[in-house]
Design a protein around this ligand. Structure first.
Ligand SMILES: [Mn+2]
Length: 503
């Protein structure tokens, strides 16, 4: 079970509120190091982050109030805390545990996720220290209090602002890829970019040719490359940019240690918005294509059902596929439309390494093989299944189930606990990521176009873990920052760091 996805323990909280005093604790005003003894310590820490020093090996962990890149908070990040290992968090592809209001995490050496993500030693007791978030108060309960672990506030300015400063610096890196202003490319430039990407796709690394010598349907990533998979973005350019400003994803793409796989359906708005609005789709494709050109061997885009001009692509009666084609022709010209069709034909459908397997919608239910998936252009049915099918249900008897997930792994020669990741079918409107979806172990659905959270899977160590990040308006931030910088040439790089923690 992963702490960043833990459901709030609301019942427990109500019980505690009903019987105050049952759980004696020291309410501590932490201005210096505090030794965690037998009693529970309770601290209100909205004003600064904390350092935890875990006995006996003095492993240091940090606990920061979750904050947005420009300071402040939104309704999803308020009163959440991020727990991470500062040794790896700022420098490599790493992870964290989010403690939302009502969450508790118990740290111990027997949890493989905590060993990967927090760098805990296997020698640590199974239950060493519990940390709970209760309405902005943190409770620290030491289960093994000899020798004593300690907590200490990070009061120094530099340390207190480290997390937000670190993310601010990533905005600069985005500019190096996408330019000083993030906006639609002029038609001519857009065409040129798309032509270049298509040339890359003709000779893509890690991609076997089909029997006719054309690029095959499968990307086989090297096992030493850590994987990041992002689900359906549905024209949410900010969600893509949020991903690139989080973790060390961008650095890992730059130094070649990671690959980003976007699993299709980046276009066509969804939800409570104008379904026929296509400008946001043009923008997100400009960004994805720029990213592909910047990292041709590290960024991969798989085909989803919306990556098409088909009249069958419709949402609530709005023929998004047709409108998409018409808009591109009108705004970018016939040549661009032609080139985008070619782009769709050149896209792969499946990506895998020893650590994962993914496709847009569904593992095939029909008889398949790696050879067939590579030769997907001559298997129309396979194409429809991979991009369109959903889990088996009463209304979808032809849907996929546990056995098909298992067979998908077998086709690719993968171990039986390898994560299989799909997008396409959100399970409800409140989440962005579903673990063991349909009660199928190591089967994940990732839908990255939520308005509050961006979900993704990222490899930390040898395993992929689900993470989600708050959605933030990165484009306005980058574009307004440019104006502000140019209007005040002498300003310091950190002039936009807000100086307050969420209240
Ligand atoms: Mn889809």
């Amino acid at each position: 079970m992963l702490a960043q996805l833990l459901a709030p323990h609301k019942i427990l909280k109500r019980l505690r509120n009903a019987f105050p005093g049952l759980d004696p604790c020291d309410e501590v005003d932490l201005k210096e190091t505090y030794r965690l003894g037998e009693k529970t310590a309770k601290a209100h820490i909205k004003d600064y982050p904390f350092e935890i020093c875990l006995a006996p090996d003095n492993k240091i962990l940090h606990l920061y109030p979750e904050q947005l890149i420009e300071g402040g908070d939104n309704d999803v990040s308020t009163q959440s805390y991020l727990l991470f290992d500062p040794d790896t968090f700022y420098s490599t592809l790493s992870g964290f545990y989010r403690l939302e209001d009502g969450d508790t995490i118990t740290l111990g050496g027997s949890d493989p996720g905590q060993r990967d993500i927090l760098g805990l030693s296997e020698d640590l007791p199974d239950r060493k220290l519990s940390i709970s978030n209760e309405e902005g108060w943190l409770r620290f309960k030491s289960h093994v209090s000899s020798p004593e672990s300690t907590i200490a506030p990070l009061l120094e300015d530099k340390k207190a602002k480290r997390l937000v400063n670190w993310r601010q610096a990533k905005l600069q890196k985005l500019k190096a890829i996408f330019g000083d202003t993030i906006e639609l490319l002029p038609a001519e430039q857009a065409l040129e970019q798309l032509q270049k990407v298509n040339a890359v796709l003709e000779e893509e690394p890690c991609r076997a040719k089909d029997d006719s010598g054309k690029p095959g349907g499968v990307i086989a990533l090297p096992d030493n490359c850590s994987v990041i998979t992002v689900g359906d973005l549905h024209a949410k350019a900010d969600n893509l940019l949020v991903v690139l400003t989080q973790n060390n994803f961008l650095d890992a793409l730059e130094n070649g240690s990671a690959c980003l796989v976007i699993i299709g359906d980046a276009v066509h708005p969804e939800g409570d918005t104008d379904l026929d609005e296509m400008e946001s789709s043009m923008l997100i494709m400009d960004l994805i294509l720029a990213l592909k050109l910047h990292f041709p061997g590290q960024v991969f885009y798989l085909r989803g059902n919306h990556d098409s001009f088909s009249e069958e692509i419709a949402k609530h009666g709005v023929p998004q596929g047709l409108i998409w084609g018409k808009t591109l022709k009108k705004r970018r010209g016939k040549a661009y439309l032609r080139e985008m069709k070619r782009f769709y034909e050149l896209l792969p459908y499946v990506a895998y390494s020893r650590h994962f397997a993914t496709c847009h919608a569904a593992p095939p239910v029909s008889d398949t093989s790696l050879h067939k998936m590579i030769n997907i252009s001559s298997h129309r049915k396979l194409y429809t299944e991979l991009t369109n099918n959903r889990m088996k249900s009463a209304s979808r008897p032809g849907g996929y189930g546990k056995r098909d997930v298992k067979r998908f792994r077998e086709c690719l020669g993968l171990a039986k606990d390898t994560p299989v990741i799909v997008g396409h079918t959100p399970q409800n409107a409140d989440e962005t990521l579903w673990e063991n979806a349909g009660d199928i172990k190591e089967h994940y659905i990732v839908y990255s176009s939520d308005t509050r959270w961006v979900g993704l899977m990222a490899q930390v160590g040898e395993k992929l873990y689900p993470f989600r990040y708050p959605v933030e308006p990165i484009i306005p931030l980058i574009n307004s920052r440019k104006q502000r910088l140019s209007s005040k040439a002498s300003s310091k790089a950190n002039m936009f760091v807000r100086r307050h923690w969420p209240s």
